[in-house]
Design a protein around this ligand. Structure first.
Ligand SMILES: Nc1nc2c(ncn2[C@@H]2O[C@H](COP(=O)(O)OP(=O)(O)OP(=O)(O)O)[C@@H](O)[C@H]2O)c(=O)[nH]1
Ligand SMILES: [Mg+2]
Length: 295
């Protein structure tokens, strides 16, 4: 799976993050619970390591709960705190707030509230989490004179403040597997993806790890056969047909991907702790300031 990024945008996001990190006591890095490893951006660690980083796993309602527990345990080795949330329903957000309150102030005896910023890859749930953290009790605190111009802070419960604009991390893609994970959860614009290619990769994942989910969801007699043949079969059963009664493979792939994203095939985590080594199988990016897509 090939994914194109715009390194100019990546460089800009990094600049902003470098600027904003000076203003906060800690950072909340939002990760997708279905791809906790791939949704990290290890290339901004040199920026983030200037402050304590809290991992917040969104979409935990769509991920395998057991795998989420294992990931939280693993992430606590690297992050000061790690917790899972559902940024749609707000489940887990109270716990997150309790945890945030335990982070020490950068300056001892500071009078001001503890300040945080949220960072994360596209579509991971940053805005939803901000809204959930704000809840009903929040008030916009507006510009703080003498701190920075133009920065908006939102006051949260428990004397915490959040920078209201999240930092967008462009995921740096190190392996085909990571590209697959990011594409599968929807962190990559669907317009630049080939749905059939993604559908086949996703089918391979299901065939390897959880073929029963396919049988149950699509009432298949078996999962024998090539991934493409299974997609065809799903298309046939679901009425993804073109004129003449042939299966529309692209429509079948889209349906399958959508079913996965909405957890209709069950709560599934794509990455297992310990399986995600330092892979680098030849996908390269550069960080130059040009705004041309990589080819
Ligand atoms: N099921 C579920 N859906 C979530 C969760 N968090 C976010 N979403 C959904 O994911 C989609 C993207 O959420 P946003 O909050 O807009 O994500 P974002 O990181 O702000 O996205 P960008 O600003 O585009 O980078 C929305 O449809 C949300 O409803 C979650 O914990 N569970
Ligand atoms: Mg957003």
């Amino acid at each position: 799976m090939e994914i194109q990024w715009y390194p100019g945008q990546m460089a800009k996001a990094k600049r902003l993050m470098r600027e904003n990190i000076k203003l906060v006591d800690a950072v909340i890095e939002v990760l997708d619970a279905r791809i906790p490893a791939s949704s990290r951006n290890i290339d901004i660690q040199e920026i983030l390591e200037k402050r304590p980083v809290v991992a917040a796993l969104t979409r935990s309602d769509l991920a395998d709960p057991q795998a989420t527990e294992e990931w939280l345990h693993e992430l606590r080795k690297d992050y000061v705190l790690a917790t899972a949330v559902n940024a749609n329903s707000g489940q887990g957000v109270k716990t997150l707030i309790q945890l945030l309150k335990t982070i020490p102030h950068r300056r001892k005896h500071a009078q001001r509230p503890l300040r945080f910023m949220i960072v994360g890859i596209p579509n991971v749930g940053k805005s939803s989490l901000i809204n959930r953290l704000i809840g009903r009790s929040a008030t916009m605190t507006g510009d703080k004179p003498g701190i920075t111009k133009g920065k908006q802070w939102v006051r949260l419960a428990g004397d915490l403040e959040l920078l209201d604009t999240p930092g967008l991390l462009w995921p740096k893609i190190h392996s085909k597997r990571q590209a697959f994970g990011l594409a599968a959860v929807g962190a990559v614009k669907d317009e630049i993806l080939d749905p059939v290619e993604l559908g086949i990769e996703l089918m391979n994942f299901f065939l390897t790890y959880t073929p029963q989910s396919l049988i149950k969801r699509y009432k298949l007699a078996s999962t024998a056969g090539e991934p493409q043949t299974l997609l065809q079969e799903i298309g046939k059963r679901r009425g993804c047909l073109v004129k003449g009664g042939e299966v529309d493979l692209e429509a079948a792939a889209r349906l399958f991907i959508k079913d996965f994203r909405e957890a209709r095939l069950g709560r599934i985590t794509l990455e297992k702790v310990g399986e995600m080594g330092e892979e680098n199988d030849g996908l390269h990016q550069n960080d130059s300031d040009t705004d041309k897509p990589l080819s």
